[in-house]
Design a protein around this ligand. Structure first.
Ligand code: NAD
Ligand code: IPM
Ligand code: MN
Length: 368
């Protein structure tokens, strides 16, 4: 039996609460003969409390050695005043950078049962199925200089730098075009070439790759501010949206609300394929954060985290039937009305985080 090595990094706030539900599902697949081996470590504020930094070298080593990392969420008010370099979010950024996870796939699917859960009208979101392909290891998140200095006149000056190279844009564009070919064959590339040099380069490179290698795929360019508006006006016009690190962060939180809740959006952060082994480094993380306002109350929606594990089944382990079954189980649970507060229908009783996890396991059982 093949063994799949999973590193679980639950993190802070609701991270451990939603990870617990994934562990139930991992346990269920293990009982059915899928060879998952799991290890757990600290990341974020919990790692800072234990080690004085947001991820230890030992945990980084485990992440490098794992077949896939499952990541909960990091951060929270407790760590708001810790030094910038060791803040909880730095642990996640280091994982992305050191593992080379340049491609972040953020699918936004409106499950039929949730068409009324969105803050938008049913007809705007019903049947929605789009993917945001977010560049994850470049742009303003990592560009230098990045500093906050005090000037002689007593004022302070803060600088962040947006940097992209041709190669970084080419590789994320190829991820988006390849994905579109397996879907509805359309890529919308989003930047701000009207005010940013990186936007000029982004548009130029994506156009060139599109023409030279993917002439069969429809390509359009949408300025990022317009893209945000179009996502709310008529999101079903999109198939695959490819964009930079910062715009991708913002556009995916908007996309989350098209599905009903930020607690619904999973993601896969993928590295380049090793030409020798065909393997790629991967980390699977919900799009949401540690949700300090609901942490510790058993209210968190675990579906973004469970769906992220579903993406691991598909992208890291090639367990396509298992991934399909998990997605079907989620859809059936939602259709049955079992929902956390963020997506509960008006007038119905919401259930807790653990109830949703239990219902998914029960549904997996029923589907097998
Ligand atoms: P957040 O995503 O944590 O929460 C935003 C809102 O969405 C909150 O009202 C929250 O209750 C709700 N929400 C989020 N996930 C939910 C879920 N699964 N079920 C139900 N409701 C959910 O964003 P924030 O409040 O701006 O950030 C809080 C902390 O999380 C910050 O420290 C931030 O840096 C961090 N953060 C971490 C990640 C990550 O670890 N990947 C992502 C985003 C934010
Ligand atoms: C996300 C988060 C992260 C980001 C933070 C926590 C570093 O918001 O994954 O969407 O900005 O990338
Ligand atoms: Mn975000």
């Amino acid at each position: 039996m093949a063994t799949h090595k999973l590193l679980l990094l639950p993190g802070d706030g609701i991270g451990p609460e939603v990870m617990r539900e994934v562990e139930k599902i991992v346990g269920w697949f293990r009982k059915r003969g899928v060879g998952f081996e799991t290890e757990t470590d600290l990341v974020g504020g919990s790692a800072y409390d234990a080690h004085g930094k947001a991820i230890s070298e030992a945990a980084m080593g485990r992440a490098q050695a794992a077949d896939a990392v499952l990541f909960g969420a990091v951060g929270g008010p407790k760590w708001d005043s810790v030094p910038y370099d060791v803040r909880p979010e730095a642990g996640l950024l280091r994982l992305r950078k050191d593992l080379g996870l340049f491609a972040n796939l953020r699918p936004a699917i409106c499950y039929p049962a949730l068409a009324d859960a969105s803050s938008l009208k049913r007809e705007v979101v019903e049947g929605l199925d789009i993917v945001i392909v977010r560049e994850l290891t470049g742009g303003v998140y990592f560009g230098e200089p990045k500093e906050l200095v005090t000037l002689e006149n007593g004022q302070q000056r803060a600088v962040d730098t947006q940097v992209y190279t041709t190669g970084e844009i080419e590789r994320i564009a190829r991820v988006a075009f390849d994905l579109a070919r397996k879907r509805r064959n359309k890529v919308s590339s989003s930047e701000k070439m009207n005010v940013m040099k990186t936007g000029v380069l982004w548009r130029q490179v994506v156009s060139r790759i599109g023409k030279a290698e993917y002439a069969d795929v429809e390509l359009e360019h949408v300025l990022a501010d317009n893209c945000a508006m179009q996502l709310v006006r008529n999101p079903k016009q999109f198939d695959v949206i490819v964009t930079d690190n910062l715009f991708g962060d913002i556009l995916s939180d908007i996309a989350a609300m098209l599905t009903g809740s930020l607690g619904m959006l999973p993601s896969a952060s993928l590295g380049a394929e090793d030409p020798k082994t065909g393997k790629r480094k991967a980390l699977y993380e919900p799009v949401h954060g540690s949700a300090p306002d609901i942490a510790g109350k058993g209210l968190a929606n675990p579906i973004a985290m469970v769906g992220s594990f579903g993406m691991a089944l598909r992208y890291s382990f090639g367990l396509i039937d298992e991934a399909d079954r998990l997605e079907k189980a989620i859809a059936n649970v939602l259709a049955s009305g079992v929902r956390t507060k963020d997506i509960a229908a008006p007038g119905t009783n919401a259930v807790g985080t653990q109830d949703v996890g239990d219902a998914i396991v029960k549904e997996l059982e029923a589907l097998s």
